[in-house]
Design a protein around this ligand. Structure first.
Ligand SMILES: Nc1ncnc2c1ncn2[C@@H]1O[C@H](COP(=O)(O)OP(=O)(O)O)[C@@H](O)[C@H]1O
Ligand SMILES: O=C(OP(=O)(O)O)[C@H](O)COP(=O)(O)O
Length: 398
């Protein structure tokens, strides 16, 4: 029996209003969803609940809106994409609480699916504010959390609701936890982690513990720039959080004490602007021009990453090595992905990767199916790997 409550425990839900927290924080370019993996993964839960006659009300966030409602963070286009992927009608309400949400829910029939607008249009969501949680709960009889990739957030829609309504893990949440336990519960060493991407401030802290769990940590993407700058390397106009230099230095100290190798880029592909067709060149990491941006790691670094993948028995990966959405800055990520996939297919590597953009990058490289396991989660997966309790999972424990 699972350690947490699942849909097997949910009982008769015919006609009941089931609030389902999903992760629809999917990559979007020019208004189009560029990778639908997160949508595809919630399909089994939605089909099961709808098939049992529930009114399925989806709650989700999209991006990180700072100042309340903003059109660029609306879930409305994602509702349409969700309907296409699920091949069924998905209604949309332009608010997640109040009269707009209430009337849309009241109009639902058994089996219907409705998506409510971005929960992060309310600051109270991220504060797990009890009054806001009650407003969300007003539209449901039961709560199902199927957003493993947001389970590291203790927000109203990921954690608070589970205190107010009977709460269960959805099928994807359950499958993610089971797959991670199977693949990484007792990992074969050496364990090599690759961490890249752009969410530096929200991910850097977890590296402090991760370096105690893995044998080597390869740092790429925007995350690497913060470490390079902390080490005194000029990173020009690259994405870099200079105010996190002390944290980066401390992580390097902790890694040395734990015997974890830290691998930083030795070269980078730099450009003056991030757009298709922009002129770029590969330079030694000490030669980044003051007006240049490192948008990918260079060829020498790609070789070094490949060598670390060759040494690994287990690979955990979150965050692309470069800004892979625009060629040629996808080169390192694609090369590393293909290398890891080939080692996995040869039976020499257990490879587990996760994160909204990381999954998109693996799909772009055409190798997602060759990894041992691909999680929808990035930050949540790394926190799980650290051994940290995930608020959204903990609250579902029996
Ligand atoms: N050197 C870089 N400069 C700017 N952005 C980068 C760089 N490397 C990677 N990125 C960006 O990081 C983003 C993904 O980061 P993140 O959200 O942390 O990953 P995930 O969604 O897989 O957890 C991508 O949009 C990619 O363009
Ligand atoms: O995309 C997500 O996480 P990820 O970038 O770690 O894969 C989740 O939707 C969580 O989003 P958040 O990091 O804005 O809380």
């Amino acid at each position: 029996m699972a350690a947490f409550r699942t849909l097997d425990d949910i009982g008769n839900i015919s006609g009941k209003r089931v609030l389902v927290r999903v992760d629809l924080n999917v990559p979007v370019a020019d208004g189009k969803v560029t990778d639908a993996t997160r949508i595809e993964r919630i399909a089994p839960t939605i089909a099961e609940l709808s098939g049992k006659g529930a009114k399925v009300i989806l709650l989700a966030h999209f991006g990180r809106p700072k100042d309340g409602p903003a059109p660029e963070f609306s879930l409305e286009p994602i509702a349409k994409a969700t309907a296409q992927v699920l091949d069924r009608p998905v209604g949309f309400a332009s608010d997640c609480v109040g009269d707009t949400a209430g009337s849309a829910v009241a109009a639902m029939n058994k089996g219907d699916v409705l998506l409510l607008e971005n929960t992060r249009f309310y600051k109270a969501e991220e504060k797990n504010d009890p009054a806001f949680t009650e407003r969300l709960a007003a539209n449901g009889d039961i709560f199902v959390n199927d957003a493993f990739s947001a389970a590291h957030r203790a927000h109203s829609s990921t954690e608070g609701l589970a205190h107010l309504l009977p709460a269960f893990a959805g099928r994807t949440m359950q499958a993610e936890l089971e797959a991670l336990e199977k693949g990484l519960g007792n990992p074969v060493r050496p364990v090599v982690a690759i961490v890249g991407g752009a969410k530096v401030s929200t991910k850097i802290d977890l590296l402090m513990n991760l370096v105690k769990k893995v044998d080597a940590l390869v740092i790429g993407g925007g995350m690497a720039n913060t470490f390079l700058a902390a080490r005194g390397t000029n990173v020009g106009k690259s994405l870099c959080e200079h105010d996190l230099a002390a944290t980066a230095k401390q992580i390097m100290i902790e890694a040395a004490e734990a015997g974890c190798a830290i691998i930083l880029p030795v070269d980078g592909v730099v450009a003056k602007e991030f757009k298709a067709g922009a002129a770029c060149e590969t330079v030694a990491i000490s030669e980044v021009p003051a007006d240049g941006m490192i948008l990918d790691v260079g060829a020498k670094t790609v070789t070094a990453v490949g060598e670390w993948i060759d040494r690994a028995a287990t690979l955990v990966w979150n965050g692309p090595l470069g800004a892979f959405e625009i060629a040629p800055f996808d080169h390192a990520t694609v090369a590393a992905a293909k290398h890891a996939a080939a080692r996995t297919k040869a039976g020499k590597l257990v490879s587990v990767a996760g994160g909204g953009d990381t999954v998109a990058a693996l799909n772009h490289a055409g190798v997602a199916d060759d990894f041992t396991y691909v999680s929808t989660a990035g930050g949540a997966f790394l926190e799980w790997m650290e051994g940290k309790p995930l608020p959204g999972v903990d609250v579902l424990k029996r």
